[in-house]
Design a binder for this molecule. Structure first.
Ligand code: GDP
Length: 205
């Protein structure tokens, strides 16, 4: 996918932002340090667009990026950051759950970044459970595969598949080497096509 435009447009805190329902949203979640910002930057080919969750500032809000004037990339705050107080953690969780459960658009794809070395952790599981309920498509990026050998990648892939079943597309990924970027766009296009076809069926039914 040719990225002609990728720019930060809004930082959203709970309840404050209506957005156009007809612009598809690609929402990114991940434990702090899983490599969410590196993955977003690799996917759009722009270093420094999304900020690391260890950086101060824009990481406690939901950041919207305009991609090519026809897509929003939505960067949710990283969760599980060890240095955060319980009150702050609860506030972040509340913000993430509000976005997932109480906001609606015509098309949304959820992208969960997992550190392939660690696999799915407890907080990821909570996110995954809520996403199942939303019944919106989910992609899991097993990031940092450059740190693993082939058999370790196969193992983490197998474990993840066992855990999520057919509820998600799973892509071995590396923000560092850009492994999986092309596959990510392919999967996204496939999801968009399927959604369009089912919307059209609804219209003609
Ligand atoms: P975030 O907190 O989830 O936004 O994570 P960052 O994108 O800031 O990445 C956290 C750390 O992991 C940084 O030191 C990155 O350089 C590193 N990192 C991110 N993606 C990869 C990857 O694909 N491979 C390797 N080896 N390191 C990565």
């Amino acid at each position: 996918m040719l990225i002609k435009k990728a720019e930060f447009i809004w930082g959203v805190v709970k309840d404050n932002q209506p957005w156009p329902v007809n612009v598809p949203q690609i929402a990114f979640y991940g434990r702090s340090n899983a490599g969410k910002s590196s993955s977003i930057n690799a996917i759009v080919g722009r270093n420094g667009l999304a900020k690391s969750s260890s950086a101060p500032g824009k990481t406690r809000q939901i950041n919207f990026f305009n991609i090519n004037d026809n897509l929003y990339f939505v960067d949710l705050p990283g969760y599980g950051y060890a240095k955060m107080s319980k009150v702050e953690k609860d506030k972040l969780q509340d913000l993430i759950f509000w976005f997932m459960c109480d906001t609606h658009v015509n098309m949304r794809v959820h992208v969960l970044i997992i550190d392939a070395k660690l696999g799915i952790q407890e907080l990821d599981r909570e996110i995954i459970e809520l996403l199942y309920r939303s019944q919106e498509p989910m992609i899991i990026l097993l990031n940092k595969t450059d740190k693993l050998n082939q058999s370790e990648i196969a193992k983490t892939l197998g474990r993840t598949r066992l855990e999520v079943g057919d509820n998600a597309h799973i892509i071995p990924f590396s923000a560092r080497t850009k492994r999986g970027v092309i596959e990510f766009w392919k999967v996204l296009n496939e999801i968009k096509r399927t959604k369009k076809a089912s919307d059209n069926e609804g219209v003609s039914a």
